[in-house]
Design a protein around this ligand. Structure first.
Ligand code: C5P
Length: 224
């Protein structure tokens, strides 16, 4: 059967990754969480004490970093490995969420991540979620979805996810973080968060995960 690229972009915490993972599992496609890659770079820079305006330091860091995903057989989750070490839990912490949009704005970082993402999807048969997949990474994706939802609902979802991992964060802090990231992500010069002209809008405020998955699968059927 024809192998597609399915690009799922949109605002932070709209349910992109939950939907993307479910679609990938149903279609037996690979799943790439591109936000995790920017989070991995951010974690590395913070741990190495490399300032976000130290361009030579960042250039060297990008040479030293290896980012990959491995499937956890027990949970079925794709987890992020940074230089061979599982850092999946660390990259989800608020301290990373608070800095990641300052790192993802750096053109050199974007070029390195976009090139790796294009390599990961070159055989197609992939669901990729992020901010610029349908516009920059795979402008020729056969299916493009742009997800949005009310910010309070997105923040509540993110708060529940963090609480499950033992990090208790006030709702207002999360709302502020989501607003700030959406603003930085949408206004940066290099591949900003933007709906591709041919992307279909999906507002997830009032629909369930299974309805989101069905919506994407409908688009897939039309593209096959
Ligand atoms: O998807 P997630 O919320 O984990 O993404 C974290 C951050 O990574 C985003 O707020 C954005 O700054 C950056 N990002 C990006 N381009 C992508 C995916 C994520 O700039 N394709």
């Amino acid at each position: 059967m024809k192998q597609l690229v399915i690009a799922i972009d949109g605002y932070s915490s709209c349910g992109k990754s939950t939907t993307a993972k479910a679609v990938a599992a149903l279609l037996h496609y690979a799943y790439v969480d591109t936000g995790a890659m920017y989070r991995g770079v951010t974690l590395y820079l913070l741990e190495q004490g490399i300032a976000f305006d130290d361009l030579p330091g960042i250039e060297q860091a990008l040479r030293d970093i290896s980012i990959s995903f491995r499937r956890n057989r027990r949970t079925g989750r794709n987890e992020l490995f940074l230089n061979g070490v599982n850092r999946e839990d660390d990259i989800r912490q608020m301290r990373i969420s608070n800095s990641v949009s300052e790192v993802s704005v750096i053109p050199m970082v974007r070029h390195a991540m976009v090139a790796q993402q294009q390599r990961m999807g070159r055989k197609r048969g992939v669901v990729m979620d992020g901010r610029d997949i349908g516009t920059t990474v795979f402008p020729d994706a056969e299916v493009k979805i742009f997800m949005t939802a009310e910010v309070e609902l997105r923040a509540k979802r993110r708060q529940d996810e963090l609480a499950e991992k033992g990090e208790i964060v006030p709702l207002d802090d999360i709302i502020e973080n989501l607003r700030k990231r959406d603003h930085l992500d949408s206004t940066r010069a290099e591949s900003p968060l933007r709906r591709a002209p041919d992307a279909v809008l999906l507002d997830t405020t009032h629909i369930t995960i299974s309805e989101q998955v069905d919506f994407v699968l409908d688009r897939v059927s039309s593209a096959l």
